[in-house]
Ligand binder design. Structure first.
Ligand SMILES: [Zn+2]
Length: 253
């Protein structure tokens, strides 16, 4: 139990760092300096006001000096990252596999929120992510190097083919290059079998959400809905439930 508590704490601290990345990376700012500060009044946060999860609750989501509200999303990212760390240790134990997939999951969380804000997936996350995925396959017992490389190629290849096909048919660019690199990273970490699964989950959930938004806002179909969050969701589903679901499905046939 104690170990899970420390894992939770570790996850929350990394989540706090992810918040900094999500806010600063797209602006091209350093994620190390300056120290965290209130965006409204620029007062630097004292260490006791910068404790993950706890400070948000104690300060009720407001700046101590000027009272400006902090986005609830900061709290959400911290608790989600903490729960991810606990779930991974529960599934894989305190192993290099759990650590590798935690790095992978943390990258997916940062990508999700940056893509929601800017419709952009930064190369500084996805490209090192691809390389890390291949290195991960060298040290993790549950993924072979061949599987990782096949996953990388399948992830990049499928979306490149879709993008080219869409361009050939419509003369417009439908899919961003960021999505291609993201799916390549997912394949490198999870192996080639994850690619059809991730695409199926991402396109089903993505279309459902897209239709929902269109009905509510009565906007036309050109409304830009980023695909990265749905790919990330599909990848996390595969990580935790994929093997089981695929076995279940194959047994049906
Ligand atoms: Zn303030």
């Amino acid at each position: 139990m104690l170990i899970l508590f420390f894992i939770f704490l570790f996850g929350a601290i990394i989540g706090s760092f992810l918040n900094v990345c999500i806010y600063r990376l797209p602006l091209g700012e350093s994620v190390v300096r300056p120290a965290s500060h209130c965006r409204a009044c620029s007062t630097p946060l004292a260490w006791y006001d910068n404790v993950p999860l706890l400070s948000y609750c104690i300060l009720r989501g407001r700046c101590r000096s000027c009272g400006a509200p902090f986005a609830f999303r900061y709290f959400l990212v911290e608790i989600f990252t903490a729960l991810l760390a606990v779930a991974l240790v529960h599934r894989f134990g305190v192993t290099v596999t759990a650590l590798g997939y935690f790095a992978f999951g943390a990258a997916l969380i940062a990508i999700t929120f940056i893509d929601l804000d800017y419709q952009l997936i930064p190369d500084v996350i996805s490209l090192p992510g691809i390389v890390t995925g291949v290195f991960f396959s060298l040290v993790s017992p549950i993924l072979t190097v061949v599987d990782s490389l096949l996953g990388l190629a399948a992830g990049a290849g499928v979306l490149l083919a879709v993008a080219w096909g869409y361009y050939a048919l419509t003369g417009k660019e439908g899919m961003g290059g960021g999505d291609v690199k993201l799916l390549a990273m997912i394949g490198a970490f999870l192996g080639w079998r994850s690619i059809p699964f991730t695409l199926l989950v991402a396109s089903s959930v993505g279309s459902a959400v897209g239709v929902g938004i269109m009905i509510r806002s009565q906007a036309d179909s050109k409304l830009a809905i980023p695909f990265g969050p749905f790919l990330s969701l599909g990848a996390l589903c595969y990580l935790f439930f994929g093997e089981g679901l695929i076995d279940w499905y194959l047994n049906l046939l």
